[in-house]
Ligand binder design. Sequence first.
Ligand code: F6R
Length: 359
Amino acid sequence: SKGTYPFFMLKEIDEQPIVMRRLVEKYTDDHGNIVLPEDLLKALQQADRLYIVAAGTSYHAGLVGAPLFEQLAGIPTEVHVASEFAYHQPLLSKHPLFIFLTQSGETADIRQVLVSVKERGYQTLTITNVASSTLAREATFMLQLHGGPEIAVASTKAYTAQIAVEALVSKAVGEAKGLQAAKDFDVIHELGLAATGQQALIDQKDRIHELATDMFKTTRNAFYIGRGDDYYASMEAALKLKEISYVQAEGFAAGELKHGTIALIEKNTPVVAIISDPVTAARTRSNADEVQARGAKVLHIAMASQAQDGDQIVVDEINPLLAPLLTIIPAQLLAYFTSADRGYDVDRPRNLAKSVTVE
Ligand code: F6R
């Protein structure tokens, strides 16, 4: 039940720190080692390329996962939208392993891919919130998100749980391979930082509500911009705003703006800049300055080490590979308050269903 919450979405946003801690508990032993099924660990070590296949928010979690698998586990990784991959497959590597990220485990576009790659004898791993689901049963391997039931149509805690599980799995594979980058990545500590940092943001709800009013109260369009993981978080942030508040929003690669899209910026166009990645922080900030100079109303979401005076939302420090675990929280809340204040049924947006079982 939603208890005293007006909507499930707000309850599910609030549950994210608990889910981070629960995942550490479920995936590690008393010695702090990550526990994965032996045969899955072996299959992942033998894979020469990972194909993450997913839809919507889960696809966005896959985009954040790819650099984890590449940098910690040393496996080249591609991320694909399921409905595209189903009919336009790229040339596959010799020993591919398919990862299906899916909250519901029932997404028809993914099942289409699963059936076709199984026919060709490839190994598959479903990472899902629903252990009894179709995609959980039909894949070679299954890992759980342990998020607890997600009722609101707009996915929140499943997104952050997917990123956390991708981090745990990449760390385990990289360690099994003896890779230094994996040894140096203290995933238990980082997920602890994620839980604490998420809670700190959730505790600023009232202020984020005010920012939502200021930025989005009456707007018909909006932009989220960033680079790397900040771009991937921007795509997810924009999807949240679109699906529950019906604001036309775009998550955009900050550096691409000047190649055309900046033409859309006019007086008071809302632009949220996500700035966590130390490598590109200065460049994204200057892109934000450019749109501000053209009249945009800019909100900065910055990680502590990259923050400057005047940034409205500052998130705690975390390994940059996991930044979206924190930067997405204010974006979820901004979308939530925009929808609620416009009087919409936040949990049940128009035209959408919780699991998409048609292609
Ligand atoms: C957005 C949302 C959808 C789902 C997508 C995939 O908030 O919920 O974009 O993420 O339909 O669903 P699953 O993860 O169940 O495969």
